[in-house]
Design a protein around this ligand. Sequence first.
Ligand code: DGY
Length: 330
Amino acid sequence: MPDERRPRVFVARQIPEEELLPVRAACDADVWQDELQPSRDELLRRVAGCDGILTLLTDRVDDELLDAAGPRLRVVSNYAVGFDNIDVAACARRGIAVGNTPGVLTETTADLAWALLMAAGRRLPEGDRYVRAGHWRTWGPLLLLGPDVHGATIGIVGFGRIGQAVARRAQGFGMAILYHDVNRLPDEITQPLGASYVSLEELLAQSDFVSLHVNLTEETRHLINAYTLAAMKPTAVLVNTSRGPVIDQLALADALRDGVIWAAALDVTDPEPIPMDDPLVGLDNCLIVPHIASASRATRGKMAAMAAANLLAGVRGEPLPTPVTAAPSP
Ligand code: DGY
């Protein structure tokens, strides 16, 4: 028999267990055990009567889910910095707090963005496939040539914590750094990074590498489309560690196939997982990894600790340590 005095929570996936212990100690915790997320119907069933829910970016939180949860629900704690899976306004209307995990994944995500940039620019996956296919016969003067990363120009779209962390890495490679964001940032932030504010058009026209670090909103959906791709250099490399729908994928496939841009490296796709018949999957100049930007052991542990702290605060009616408020770049 569940103890009705203890808060009931649903945790929509297994997260690092150590960080979950305080939640298990304080709540009746139902933790989804499967590697795949619960089906929609299962999710709606499991949240019924809960005081708190710990969600992942694969779980859509909208009026339907909030209705299914019922009037006890006080908090939705997202195990991610991004929260485009959550209808924050719908939660606010019902007085339900929403938390996310900003800050702790900044450097890890920037590391992966950098790895993608380097790998796509210097053609690492192609080189690896070439060797394993037995094609390596000699040192080739023209073999797998790519652009220099050092000394090139990088354009960073979305200059929040992660965009700035990418800029710090670019400094080490002697790159010219351009950024674009909805708001121009104060000089105290941009000058030490050597980052110059430019319009999106200028950034796309001048950059050898373009890295995306915006939240997914109605304004940023398909920000990269046939028109903006055409504004980029034919030698450009596009990196996306933000959200898949920021890029119009069909337009990107056309651009990569037709040489409108040179290469792309994606940590995120639309949808996820990317279907195996998606045109991008068949392109050698498109590197795709399965949304792993924050996937270091340490960072996933810190995200779990933050998500657990938000969940516990929420079910206790306390202010969340990291509530979702406005939506600056992540
Ligand atoms: C996030 O946190 O938003 C990432 O996409 C997953 O860590």
